[in-house]
Design a protein around this ligand. Structure first.
Ligand code: GLC
Length: 793
């Protein structure tokens, strides 16, 4: 069942059926001032941390309440409704829609011949939010209307304290009213005083309350608040109970008349709040909300401008051009900080997560990527390992490490993980490929704990870190964990996945070493690479599969001899994308995956789920079978599978895997998938779950960047490297034409792929600006400012 559609031109997802299977949300602002909003205006706001800087209350997992509510009341009939369907939730007479756009959400309603259009947004680089509300009388008679804006403040910036420690939190919170504004203070007499505001612009306040109970009423709910029912808020304030901002204005609308009012919310003291509010007084031709929104749209369009694709598959286009790209930016910016499943308790950046997230935006915003990459390199310890958690207030050169008790105590991370710093290799390779900035390797960046080094030496250290921590068979030790948080092979166990990452590191580092004429190191890397290839082949390859690893006790995980968990996806896809497996083996193992792990909603992370095989490190067994790391379809891993098939030139299969998990391609079965049809989640339940196909953990997930990379580099085959760019698409054979526009190192590329022969990969002829060329690889100096590349398959 469908609940909405993609508006390609406006870059919006439009929800037309509002009773979606879950709240479908959007992100406003940035973590400096963050706001998450569902299509029913449910959601919360915070400053810097969703857990510790919470402004608006939101109850997780509780029917999407409360939120940024606007109630509309017909003062003649005394009937009332919400400008956002819920929470009042009127029946069939109510018409509404929600448009989630890039950085804003617009919700429209039509009921009792009154129309409304509310746009929620955080102005660019600002630390407050705006609810712009336009209300229109669509009838032929004069209407007396009351509008109520309602924002439920937390009583404590710490959301947990706000929820459970009432003996404290309620008694630090109170409200005031001044100049059309509710001001809330927390601990106003202390040094830690906090002040929030909720203001109305554009119409005088008729009544107000700063007290939740006065607004909602006793034994009532958001659905039928007493103040709205009665048509008056009673002008009360909170002292020692629950604060809220509720502002009521009554207006008289002539037939066809429309007016605009604005609610503004933020965490500022009353004088700063007044300054903010003053800018929104509606008096000029182009009011501030219009110019804010123009600026916001420009910013987002600009972010997404450097890469555009037109294929015969519109859903693919929506994802790559807009939604997957947008999700990559959101995940890049917000890390795992705040969603409807996370609230920001992880007070920092996960090393591997963030280094992977960066990959998703390199083709769009390399400068931004570089900034974060530098930050992450500065979180590498001088022994070469990454800090498992990089605190938001990370101070390079001065951090404790997992070797220090203080770090372990503060972050809860007991030791190094085997994979963290190895993610730097593919990410830096992509950055240098995109920009051609080989000098990046010479940039000097501090270590987390002490000392500084060039990027090149940081990478050398990352390799040393792994080589200094090998298990008894000579493969990288499992340490605390590898990419899979729920698989503990043991400190001296050995991980095939990490071995393949290390192999990939040798390959990438050799390219760098060669480009820098560091011959002896290059030879050393070649030697290591060959040695490791032998070791991995002889220890881990069992004809049709690579095993997942060997535990400290010598148990082979992912071996065909195992009764449970006998086939794992990652070592198969990584064998291919690291370059380790030859063509023949690659074909065999990928075929095995297709046969034994794939389902119509994607390939399982492993199978069968933990049950018949059990060992200490099988942490995933805590999850129900076919769920998350315990045999679920862990969507990030599908990205690597798509890439592996693309590298093999298997366009049809790569595309099949893509379609199995692409949100847009499941728009018509959104009732099964449940999650936003424009957003990837962390995992999908697989058979034999009774809810096969249901997805979870929306928005903030490594799936976004990994699938983006698999589409851009894999399916579309856009593969920049140090000196130029390779164009090597692996597309479904029924795509007859693809057009890609890309800005590459400041030059414009228009790449047209013509496929009249129903091929999946390979080319017959290639033309650059009308001239036939021999190769599909283009050196940077071959390219002019504007280039047309014709790729005939
Ligand atoms: C979660 C974690 C990520 C990990 C993955 C697999 O997505 O954030 O770090 O790699 O699970 O366990």
């Amino acid at each position: 069942m469908k609940y909405g559609y993609f508006d390609q031109e406006k870059r919006e997802y439009v929800i037309t059926k509002l009773n979606t299977p879950a709240p479908w949300v959007n992100y406003l602002g940035s973590p400096e001032y963050g706001a998450i909003i569902s299509h029913n205006a449910g959601g919360y706001s915070f400053v810097k941390s969703g857990a510790k800087g919470r402004i608006l209350r939101y109850k997780f997992n509780d029917n999407d309440t409360p939120g940024r509510y606007i109630y509309i009341r017909d003062d003649d009939s005394e009937d009332f409704w919400s400008a956002t369907w819920q929470p009042v939730g009127k029946g069939e007479d109510y018409k509404g829609s929600c448009r989630h756009g890039l950085g804003y959400t617009t919700i429209e309603s039509e009921y009792a011949e009154i129309g409304s259009k509310t746009t929620y947004y955080v102005p660019l680089k600002k630390t407050y939010e705006v609810w712009r509300h336009i209300i229109k009388n669509n009838s032929t008679r004069e209407r007396n209307i009351s509008i109520f804006g309602y924002a439920e403040f937390t009583n404590n910036s710490d959301y947990e304290q706000d929820t459970v420690n009432l003996q404290y939190s309620q008694f630090i919170s109170r409200t005031y009213y001044e100049n059309n504004t509710i001001i809330q203070t927390l601990s106003e007499n202390s040094n830690e005083a906090v002040s929030r505001f909720f203001a109305l612009v554009g119409s005088p306040v008729t009544s107000y309350t700063g007290d939740k109970k006065s607004f909602i009423g006793n034994y009532r709910s958001y659905k039928d608040p007493e103040a709205v029912d009665k048509g008056n808020c009673g002008n009360s304030l909170n002292y020692n109970l629950n604060s809220c901002g509720a502002l009521h204005t009554s207006i008289c609308l002539q037939a066809d008349e429309e007016i605009e009012i604005i609610f503004i919310l933020g965490q500022h003291n009353s004088s700063d709040a007044q300054d903010i509010v003053n800018q929104y007084e509606i008096n000029s031709d182009l009011n501030k909300t219009d110019s804010d929104l123009i600026e916001l749209k420009k910013y987002w369009n600009n972010n997404l401008a450097s890469f555009k694709v037109v294929t015969p598959d519109e859903d693919f286009n929506h994802m790559i051009n807009t939604w997957n790209a947008y999700q990559c930016f959101i995940t890049f910016t917000w890390s795992r900080a705040a969603s409807f499943t996370y609230c920001g308790q992880r007070n920092g950046f996960g090393y591997r997560d963030t280094v992977q997230d960066i990959q998703g935006i390199i083709h769009l915003a390399p400068e931004l990527a570089k900034k974060q990459l530098n930050f992450m390199i500065s979180a590498q310890v001088d022994n070469g390992g990454g800090l498992p958690l990089v605190k938001f207030n990370h101070t390079p050169g001065h951090e404790d490490t997992p070797d220090d008790y203080s770090y372990v105590k503060e972050t809860g991370h007991p030791s190094y993980r085997a994979d963290d710093a190895l993610w730097l290799f593919p990410t830096i390779k992509k950055y240098i490929g995109e920009t051609g900035e080989l000098e990046y390797l010479d940039e000097i960046i501090p270590y987390a704990n002490t000392g500084v080094d060039t990027v090149y030496n940081h990478l050398k250290k990352a390799i040393e870190f792994s080589l200094n921590r090998l298990g008894p068979n000579g493969l990288p030790a499992g340490l605390h964990a590898d990419w899979n948080d729920c698989l503990r092979l043991g400190k001296n166990g050995e991980s095939t996945f990490v071995a393949m990452q290390l192999y990939q590191a040798f390959v990438i580092m050799r390219e760098f070493a060669d480009a820098k004429f560091d011959t002896s190191y290059s030879e050393y890397l070649l030697d290591q690479k060959l040695k490791f290839a032998d070791k991995i082949q002889s220890l881990c390859l069992e004809k049709d599969r690579y095993i997942r690893g060997i535990t400290e006790d010598g148990l082979r995980i992912g071996s065909k001899e195992n009764e449970g968990a006998s086939l794992w996806l990652n070592p198969q896809s990584w064998a291919v994308l690291s370059g380790l497996a030859n063509m023949e083996t690659s074909d065999i193992i990928l075929e095995n995956v297709h046969k034994n792990l794939n389902t119509k909603f994607g390939a399982k992370i492993m199978s069968p789920s933990f049950k018949n095989i059990d060992f200490n490190g099988a942490l995933a067994k805590v999850y129900n079978g076919s769920t998350k790391e315990n045999g679920g379809i862990f969507l990030q891993t599908q990205g690597w599978l798509i890439l592996a098939e693309s590298l093999m030139g298997h366009g049809n299969r790569a595309y099949q895997y893509y379609k199995e998990i692409s949100p847009a391609h499941q728009n018509h079965i959104a009732n099964i998938r449940q999650m936003e049809p424009y957003v990837y989640g962390q995992f999908t339940e697989s058979r034999p779950s009774p809810f096969e196909g249901r997805s979870h953990v929306h928005w903030l997930t490594g799936t976004a960047s990994t699938v983006m990379v698999s589409c851009v580099e894999g399916i579309l085959g856009i593969r920049p490297d140090i000196k130029g760019i390779l164009i090597q698409p692996s597309i479904p054979s029924n795509w007859s034409k693809v057009k890609i526009e890309k800005i590459f190192r400041g030059k414009k590329l228009v790449i047209v792929i013509i496929n009249h022969n129903e091929k999946e990969s390979g080319f017959k002829e290639v033309y650059l600006n009308g001239v036939k060329v021999k190769s599909n690889y283009f050196l940077e100096e071959q390219l002019s400012n504007s280039n047309e590349i014709l790729y005939i398959m």
